[in-house]
Design a protein around this ligand. Structure first.
Ligand SMILES: Nc1ncnc2c1ncn2[C@@H]1O[C@H](COP(=O)(O)OP(=O)(O)OP(=O)(O)O)[C@@H](O)[C@H]1O
Ligand SMILES: [Mg+2]
Ligand SMILES: [Mg+2]
Length: 301
């Protein structure tokens, strides 16, 4: 097949692995930097120009769009979809997964286990927000946080109220969430390909940190998950419309709860922790599923 890997940096571990996996299965794969693409809006003849040439109609595209360039990256991907290219993850699904509020609403609608969560624009009534959660301790998150920055634990009612008010003072959108204490600073990353969980790891925070992020000094090891955790991860991927993603779960007293779904999961941590060739499983999925124009929306919305 003739494949495209849409990414900004071809030297990242994940991207090198995807290129290697495709090549060793006998495919051609071009790396396309979406920020260097020009989108040609012409009636009935969508094209993308890249490095002075028109991009061909690839058999499939693997989008790896960073959170900071979602807007332009998904526009380029949408254009490829309009040309009939099969996307592993389609543009609308990536956009929806980037919006935490929209994601949680979609997951809730499908009955996926979630931490009790309240979104607030106005934060003057901090006590009311805390009442809705069931009181402190709570987790307070900035809507646009990443890598564990912007995730704060409000241990007591007083502390939680001041944190909520402080964020209100600088006019940022926040969500307030039930603190899953019993998770013990650990979360489970499930890599979903198609309708299967292909690899799972447990991430543990640095001693004394409730956040399990590797970027915050956490560690990872492989882990076995329960059938309920497996169906939660697959259900979350399906609700988001993502064929390839990382679903992060917490083990709560009321069963597995989904924290977030990542449409460009990193491969380094998971492949090192589990020894599983995730990139190969991704290419295998593409071989079995890529068809011209096979998307839910064909770039229509
Ligand atoms: N409700 C919660 N209860 C217990 N621990 C939580 C809760 N929410 C988050 N955490 C811990 O904090 C960590 C960071 O939170 P989260 O994943 O929501 O934000 P982020 O890591 O900044 O976002 P991203 O993963 O997109 O970079 C999680 O991995 C988890 O270990
Ligand atoms: Mg996040
Ligand atoms: Mg996270």
């Amino acid at each position: 097949m003739n494949l495209a890997l849409m990414c900004r940096n071809a030297d990242l571990y994940s991207h090198k692995r995807i290129v290697d996996a495709a090549t060793s299965r006998g495919h051609e794969i071009d790396v396309v930097d979406h920020l260097r693409c020009y989108i040609n809006i012409t009636s009935l003849r969508p094209t993308v120009r890249y490095r002075g040439e028109e991009l061909p109609v690839f058999d499939a595209v693997i989008p790896r769009i960073g959170a900071s360039v979602t807007f332009y990256g998904t526009a380029v991907l949408r254009q490829l979809e309009m040309m009939g290219v099969y996307p592993v993850n389609e543009s609308v699904a990536i956009s929806r997964s980037r919006d935490k509020l929209r994601s949680l609403q979609l997951l809730a609608r499908k009955g996926i286990g979630l931490p009790v969560t309240v979104f607030a624009h106005r934060t003057s009534q901090a006590d009311e927000i805390l009442d809705m959660i069931g009181g402190a301790p709570v987790i307070i998150k900035l809507l646009e946080g990443t890598q564990g920055i912007g995730v704060v634990l409000g241990e007591t009612q007083k502390a939680a109220e001041s944190i909520i008010q402080a964020f209100g003072g600088v006019n940022t959108n926040i969500l307030v969430q039930e603190f899953i204490k019993e998770a013990g600073g650990e979360d489970i990353r499930c890599i979903v390909v198609g309708e299967k969980v292909v690899a799972t790891m447990k991430r543990k925070g640095k001693e004394g940190d409730f956040r399990s992020n590797i970027h915050r000094g956490g560690t990872a090891e492989k882990v076995k998950i329960t059938p309920q955790e497996r169906s939660t991860a697959v259900g979350a991927a399906k609700a988001m419309g993502l064929n390839f993603c990382g679903v992060d779960l917490l083990r709560s007293n009321h069963g597995p709860v989904v924290m977030e779904v990542n449409s460009s999961p990193g491969l380094e941590g998971i492949e090192r922790a589990t020894g599983i060739d995730v990139a190969d499983k991704l290419i295998d999925f593409i071989e079995k599923n890529a068809r011209p124009g096979k998307t839910k929306t064909r770039g229509k919305g």
